[in-house]
Design a binder for this molecule. Structure first.
Ligand SMILES: Cc1cc2nc3c(=O)[nH]c(=O)nc-3n(C[C@H](O)[C@H](O)[C@H](O)COP(=O)(O)OP(=O)(O)OC[C@H]3O[C@@H](n4cnc5c(N)ncnc54)[C@H](O)[C@@H]3O)c2cc1C
Length: 478
């Protein structure tokens, strides 16, 4: 039940990515007068340059992989040569066509989202927004006719959701031709002959995995001793094994010192003096929040040292009228979290019932092949004694459906509270782990016990059968 306001609440949203979009829709649904200021396109980086294009590219990579693996299941491809004898056809990827498709898809999704906002009664202004105190947003619309126009929006509540941009190192400035950020990759018309990926976090690992499947030789440079630092160690080990088995070179404990262009490629110099030559280089060394120069500090909003906006669990900043959602805040940089924060911010501002965001329950996925999905407490936290829990890991190799499908790698891991048997987390490494993790996420969110999970019927044969199997194995005999 929301507060009854004497007049319509006015909400101004800066940034139309998942955080801002969701905040705007929620505001409109609750009867507020909502204006969104967005300087590129509704959907934000998530739709136009990050999530949608990368996951669409990965869909093609999966299709290419499936063709490669179909032979293991007895599928044969051949054409008849001139002599009438069967010849093995070459499988290639037309990257120009792939990129055209994914950019079109992204643009269409952005347009769809803009239409949804307009249909809901939200005013969408194309322009850059900045704060002028705690209750006003100044918009520079920069119209071609009049130079830069300035509009102002007075608002009871402001939601800042300006996202983040790729971190640029002075020693490796992307040129969009040979050295790329992940936003620039979609101009490629041919698959790189040898792609060097600098950074082995989620973005680096996903692109390294995808371009290997698309046919590039890939070298992954990781400054840590393994890929995906911070993720479940068993999962990272599986992925690194798959990477190297598929021909990827993984250079661990290697820091790139500089990257320079040559006549027809790039040379990466590592801090120990070694050099790696490739045709192209992708820089995946993190992001910086887009919070500079938009009047945040002047309006009294506290930032962290890294420039992220400090928010509480209802996305409120240090200024009561200003909320922040998404990658510009100091929460988790995920589209799903941005949306949740946007929604929560508006519910809170308008006095509706709010469930503060519980980061522990956020489900996340790494779209490598196989995928890695995680939720809840981690094995490391259990082993470090931060929480008490039992750990059970079931390799997919023992799952009948996995055998039928020719799946060689992956596992399901469950964590349950010692004593009560409540499910407190889990990891799945499998094809489409992103789809399989939901029952574990529901168990974590609703504090189901392993016995309650085990009582659910899983389809036989199915990969999800391993979830109920693991839960069954964790039954505590009383
Ligand atoms: C390669 C890659 C893949 C990813 N894949 C996934 C995934 O699979 N799943 C997932 O959950 N997350 C994924 N993420 C993370 C996800 O993209 C972000 O968490 C999400 O985009 C955050 O949403 P947001 O609303 O905070 O910001 P954004 O999506 O960045 O949107 C912010 C918008 O604000 C605009 N803006 C900035 N400043 C201003 C201003 N002053 N005035 C007006 N407008 C402004 C920007 O132009 C942008 O359009 C991925 C990230 C990357 C880099």
């Amino acid at each position: 039940m929301a507060y009854k306001f004497e007049r319509k609440q006015r909400i101004a949203v800066i940034g139309g990515g998942p955080g801002g979009y969701e905040a705007a829709l929620t505001g409109a649904q609750m009867g507020a007068e909502v204006t969104v200021v967005e300087n590129v396109g509704v959907g934000g980086s998530a739709v136009l340059t990050d999530v949608v294009p990368s996951k669409t590219l990965i869909a093609t990579a999966e299709a290419a992989n499936a063709i490669g693996e179909a032979a293991d299941l007895g599928v044969q491809f051949f054409v008849r040569g001139d002599s009438g004898r069967p010849v093995r056809p070459e499988v290639t990827v037309n990257l120009g066509a792939v990129n055209q498709r994914l950019l079109l898809l992204a643009r269409q999704q952005s347009e769809d989202m803009k239409s949804q906002l307009i249909k809901a009664g939200v005013t969408v202004i194309h322009g850059g927004g900045r704060l002028d105190g705690p209750n006003r947003v100044i918009v520079s619309t920069g119209s071609a006719k009049t130079g830069t126009d300035f509009d102002e929006i007075n608002a009871d509540t402001i939601v800042v959701s300006v996202g983040a941009s790729p971190r640029i190192l002075p020693s490796a400035v992307p040129d969009g031709e040979r050295i790329f950020t992940w936003k620039q990759l979609y101009t490629l018309t041919e698959t790189p002959e040898h792609l060097i990926v600098v950074g082995s976090g989620v973005t680096g690992a996903e692109f390294a995995s995808a371009f290997t499947a698309l046919g590039s030789k890939v070298t992954l440079i990781s400054s840590r001793d393994r890929v995906l630092p911070g993720e479940d160690a068993d999962a990272a080990r599986v992925i690194e094994d798959v990477f190297t088995r598929n021909g990827m070179t993984v250079l661990s404990k290697s820091r790139s010192e500089s990257i320079v262009r040559t006549a027809d490629g790039v040379v990466v110099t590592l801090s120990d003096g070694r050099t790696v030559e490739g045709s192209h280089c992708l820089m995946a060394v993190g992001s910086v929040p887009n919070t500079a120069g938009i009047g945040l500090e002047e309006a009294g909003v506290q930032l962290t040292e890294s420039g992220h906006i400090r928010v509480n669990r209802v996305a409120r900043t240090s200024m009561p009228s200003i909320y922040a959602a998404g990658d510009c805040s100091d929460f988790l940089p995920l589209a799903s979290v941005a949306s949740m924060q946007g929604r929560t911010a508006v519910f809170h501002a308008m006095g509706d019932a709010v469930n503060p965001t519980e980061l522990r329950n956020v489900t996340s996925n790494i779209f490598t092949q196989p995928e890695i999905a995680t939720v809840g407490w981690s094995q490391k936290e259990i082993e470090d004694g931060i929480t008490r829990g039992a750990i059970y890991k079931l390799p997919l190799a023992s799952n009948p459906r996995a055998k039928m499908m020719g799946i060689k790698d992956g596992f399901i891991k469950l964590f349950a509270s010692t004593g009560s048997g409540t499910v407190i987390g889990g990891v799945i490494v499998a094809p489409r782990a992103s789809e399989l993790i939901l029952p574990i996420a529901i168990a974590v969110e609703h504090r189901l016990t392993v016995d309650q999970v085990a009582r659910a019927f899983a389809v036989y044969p199915s990969l999800s059968d391993s979830i109920t199997d693991a839960a069954r194995a964790m039954h505590i005999v009383h």
